[in-house]
Design a protein around this ligand. Sequence first.
Ligand SMILES: CC(C)(COP(=O)(O)OP(=O)(O)OC[C@H]1O[C@@H](n2cnc3c(N)ncnc32)[C@H](O)[C@@H]1OP(=O)(O)O)[C@@H](O)C(=O)NCCC(=O)NCCS
Length: 391
Amino acid sequence: MKECVIVDGVRSPNGRAHAQKGWFRNKRPDELLTAVYEELFARNQQVRPEDVEAVFVGTANQTGMTNDIARLAWLAGGFPESVAANGICQQCPSGMAAIEHAARAIMCGEGDIYIAAGAEDMLHVQMGQGLDFPPRLTKRYRPEEIPMGPTAEKVAEHWNISRQDMETMAYYSHKNAAAARDAGKFKREIVPIEGELEDGTKFMVEHDQWIREDISLESMATMMSPFKPGGVITAALSSPLTQGACALLLMSRETADRLGCEYHLKYKGGVMTGCDPTVMGVGPIYAVQKLLQRTGLSIDEIDVVEINEAFASQSLACLRELGLEENAPFKKTNLWGGALALGHPLGESGARVVITLNNIMKTERPDARYGLATLCGGFGNANASLWERVR
Ligand SMILES: CC(C)(COP(=O)(O)OP(=O)(O)OC[C@H]1O[C@@H](n2cnc3c(N)ncnc32)[C@H](O)[C@@H]1OP(=O)(O)O)[C@@H](O)C(=O)NCCC(=O)NCCS
C-alpha cells in the first residue's frame, strides 16, 4: 500500500455564530471554504486544482447554505468542473471522515492528490435544522436524552466529572489558546478573512473569535446550565455555536516527493466506531481503544493528542478512561487550547484537529513520533486517527 502524507492544512478563523456579534455573520459558509481552498493553492503552487483527484468535505448539517456545499463551493470558487466533490455527513466527525476517505483512497492507489475539508455554519444553518427523527428511534431512546447538551449532562453524572474540574479545564483551554494565538502559533493554519465588528466596521479577522480574555474560575462558577435544571454543563463548559471551514492537502508520499512538497506526518490508521447516543461524548474512548488495538500501540506511545472539546465533561471522561490525562493543565493534550475556546463548527472540527496536530508536531513537539486526533459526534459516532512522524 502507498503512504498518505499531510502536505498542508489551512483554516478560516472560527467566528461566533451570533446574529449581532458574529464577525462572519454576513459571510456564507461557501465563501469561508473557497477562501481556504484559494490559500491552499496559493501556498502550494506545484499543485494545480485540476491535479486534485477529488475533494471530500465534512458537514454535519447538509441543508440550506450547506446543502451539497462540497460540490457547490468548489464550483462557486471557480475550480475545475472535472474534479469531483463528495459531501460527507457523520455529524461532528464528518471532517475527520473526509480525511480518512482521502487517506484510504491514496493508500489503495485510487489517486495521489486529494483535498479533505470541513465546513459548518451554525448561524445560517442551525444545529438539527430540518431534522425529523424516525419515530422508531424515539421508542428506542428517550427523546429528551438525544440532544447534545443533555448527553453532556449525563456523561458528567455517570463518569463522575466534577464541575470544578471541568471549569479548570475550560480555563486552561482559553489560556492556552490565547497564549498560542499571541505567540503567532496559529499563523501557519489560519487564513485571514474579512469580517465585521458589532458596529459594522470591517476588518481582517486573523484569529478565533470565542477565545475569552476575561476567563475566570469565579465568573464561570456563577453560570447556570441551559440544558437541565440544577445541571452542571454551562455555556462555559460547552463549545460555542461557530462558523468555520478548513481544508488539508493530502498526497501519496511518492507524489509529494516528486513535487518537492514538505511534510512530516503520515497517516498510520483511523477508525470510526459507535456508542450509545445518549452518552455520545464518550465515543472517543471506544474509537481510540480500537485504534490502538489495530495498530498494536499502547496509550503511552502517544506523544501528542488533539481531542475535540465538544463539552468539558465528555473530553475529561475520555482522557481519564484512556489513561491520557487526569486534569488540566494537560501535558500532551490540546496544547494550543481546544474547542471550548477555539470554537466547534461541527463537521469542520474533525479536520481542524488534524491541522492543529500537524502544526504542533512540526513546531512545538518536533521530537514526537505519534500524534492522535479524536472526536465524538452527535447520535453516537466517534472517530480517531493516528499520525506518525516520517521526517
Ligand atoms: C451552551 C449554549 C446553549 C449557549 O448558547 P447561548 O445561550 O447562545 O450563549 P453564548 O454562547 O452566546 O454565551 C452566552 C453568554 O454566556 C457567557 N459565557 C459563555 N462562556 C463564558 C465563560 N467561559 N466565562 C464567562 N461567561 C461566559 C457570556 O456572558 C456569554 O455572552 P457574551 O459573550 O455575549 O457576553 C450553546 O453554546 C450550545 O448549544 N453549545 C453546544 C453546541 C453543541 O451542542 N455542539 C455540538 C457538540 S457535540
